[in-house]
Design a binder for this molecule. Structure first.
Ligand SMILES: Cc1nc2ccc(C(=O)NCC(C)C)cc2n2c(-c3cc(OC(C)(C)C)ccc3Cl)nnc12
Ligand SMILES: [Mg+2]
Ligand SMILES: [Zn+2]
Length: 344
């Protein structure tokens, strides 16, 4: 049974650029979270189309549309790890390929670009709003399936993506020969596994050395590290947007973290500080996260692409604003008005 792709969705897709008069869609400053929720599927198709991937791979519009609608359906209404997060991650992937000209400058083949965009879209599918250590600690079904190999959630995200590709009328790689098909799935799996924080920590050092010692885009190891770096940039891209967007998204993340903490408390175990709404200071945690993880990554990328320097500047501004709110928070804490500080 095919999920019938309503003609109106297909029609809207072909005209979505002007109909909603969204300008600057392909600029780094644009926040994809401003796209109306119900227009996100058609703007996802627009991304594939703008990158020339529909033409190059002769993708059937109905297959691509059906695939995207099933991916959207595959996300739960988690506080942060939901379809809007997936759409925003894919949008940044689209911005990187387009604005850094990654295909024409041979940083990515058409195959790598297609699979990269699909990986961004699917990288958190069926996320339950709890992280890998929660799976293992509470011996969830997913932990029983994947904890022996690690990256529990990421292996599930990949498995869910495979289920959709195997649905009737949803296999966007249907035109690939068997060699291309194998290559696409291999790329897809590695890209999604690369979004595991633990995996990122392991790669950080090698990525830094690779960029410092002259990046070689013909070296397959370099290419893999490079594409994994881009996956993490996309996953963190909300932090490179204007303050109110990056602040709002960070708060959504802590809403999800604190819900996990509440759940852990109800299960009789005590959450780490970052997930404990009684103890966590969001400004402190954000300054630390931007300093330790987000900035080093985008600074690395800016060494290869000077245009990325503007994103590094925004990251530094946002960190400075967290510093400011940290001091305000601190003052109220000292004044013993914790309750009011939390309301702020
Ligand atoms: C604004 C922002 N603050 C965060 C603060 C803390 C953490 C966290 O997990 N800390 C644990 C300790 C051990 C470091 C994540 C945060 N975070 C993410 C994020 C990134 C992820 O993994 C990659 C993409 C590979 C880094 C995976 C999941 C998530 Cl939610 N996305 N945005 C954020
Ligand atoms: Mg993830
Ligand atoms: Zn994500």
């Amino acid at each position: 049974y095919h999920m019938k792709v309503e003609e109106d969705i297909v029609q809207e897709i072909l005209h979505c650029k002007d109909e909603h008069n969204i300008k600057d869609f392909n600029k780094f400053e644009f926040s994809p979270r401003c796209v109306p929720y119900k227009h996100m599927p058609c703007y996802t198709i627009k991304m594939f189309n703008d990158l020339g991937l529909i033409k190059y791979w002769k993708l059937k519009l109905s297959t691509l549309t059906r695939f995207i609608l099933y991916v959207k359906k595959g996300y739960r209404d988690a506080l942060y790890h939901n379809w809007v997060h997936a759409f925003s991650v894919a949008h940044f992937g689209y911005l990187l390929i387009q604005n850094l000209n990654l295909i024409n400058e041979n940083y990515m083949t058409h195959m790598e670009a297609l699979v990269f965009l699909v990986s961004c879209l699917c990288h958190d599918i069926d996320h339950r709003g709890t992280n890998n250590s929660f799976q293992t600690k509470s011996s969830t079904v997913l932990a029983s399936l994947y904890s022996s190999e690690g990256s529990v959630m990421e292996r599930h995200h990949f498995a869910q993506t495979m289920c959709i590709l195997n649905k009737e009328g949803c296999n966007i790689f249907e035109n690939f020969n068997s060699e291309e098909y194998g290559q696409a799935l291999d790329l897809l799996k590695n890209n999604i596994l690369a979004t595991d924080l633990a995996c990122h920590f392991r790669m950080m050092k090698k990525q830094k050395e690779m960029i410092r010692d002259k990046f070689d885009k013909t070296d397959s190891e370099h290419k893999k590290l490079f594409i994994h770096m881009l996956m993490t940039c996309c996953d963190l891209s909300d932090q490179t947007k204007q303050w109110k967007v990056s602040k709002k998204t960070a708060e959504e993340i802590y809403d999800e973290f604190f819900s996990q903490g509440d759940l852990e408390k109800s299960m009789g175990s005590s959450p780490i500080e970052m997930m404990d709404r009684e103890r966590a200071s969001i400004p402190d945690l954000q300054v630390q996260f931007i300093t330790d993880i987000v900035l080093p990554l985008f600074i690395n990328l800016s060494i290869l692409f000077p245009m990325v320097q503007s994103l590094v500047d925004v990251l530094k501004e946002n960190r400075a604003l967290w510093e400011v709110s940290k001091n305000i928070f601190q003052k109220y804490m000292e004044a013993g008005m914790k309750g009011i500080a939390i309301l702020l």
